[in-house]
Design a protein. Sequence first.
Length: 298
Amino acid sequence: MDRRNFLKTSLVVGGTALTCKNARAQEQHNPDEFVGILVDTTRCIGCRACEIACGETWGMHVPDVLNDGALETHRNTDENQFTVVNKFETEKGDVFVKKQCMHCYQAACATACPTEAMKQMQGGPVVWRGNKCIGCRFCMVSCPFDMPKFEYDEWNPKLQKCTMCFERLEKGQKPACVAACPTDALMFGPRLKNLEVARHRIYSHPDEYEHHIYGEHEVGGTGYIYLSAVPFDQIGFRTDLGKRPYPEYTKEFLYAVPMILFGVPAFLLGLNALADSSRSGPESEFSLEFDIDNEGDK
């Protein structure tokens, strides 16, 4: 085989191998692709298995779902529970809704954090890293969903919120709540696939769903997206957040910071120079008048 044929054969074989490798890679999950969870509230039966699984997995509060009567009130997450299920009485009957951190794709909490203690990890989940936290709690006031919770009663407090079980994801496992759901009300996967499934359900059963996927556009998009049979304001969702990511509201201010840091000192120096020149003016006039007076005396 001559050199030209050898190179040609090598390129063909190499190209075929590369094509097969790329095909296998496309079949696998792309680690750079944002992931999330589709919550279909029409399938939720209020069993609260997600609450139990979350508490057991992270060593937090494990509710007594048979006796605690929690569904009789509307609850928020707290420093001891990453997720809760609430019941809403609607025009189409009782609707059960899982509530937790929404994992915004332009997370206000992570943007507001000055030390990257609250950080958006590869793939989208937003986690808190205690070794970097200075306790400023900017993440709490910046979150449009009021999710980060501070352990006020602890000597070494943490910021607590759902992490989408990021540690489990790194091991190739589903989030604990998804794995525990008995009715497939929760579906974990790439966000684009979740949106595709959500749209298919709406278009296949237009009378069973609101034609709105909550979280598709709200605050720029979220990792958790929801389907509902009733308008979302009837089941506890904020509908006044808009589509603009919250970090963009402070973008103009952040761009102005360098101007403030460098422009203000220069402006003050300019004022000081003007003040000096104004102080020298009267002295010059006084000297001139003094000289004239002296000439008159002569």
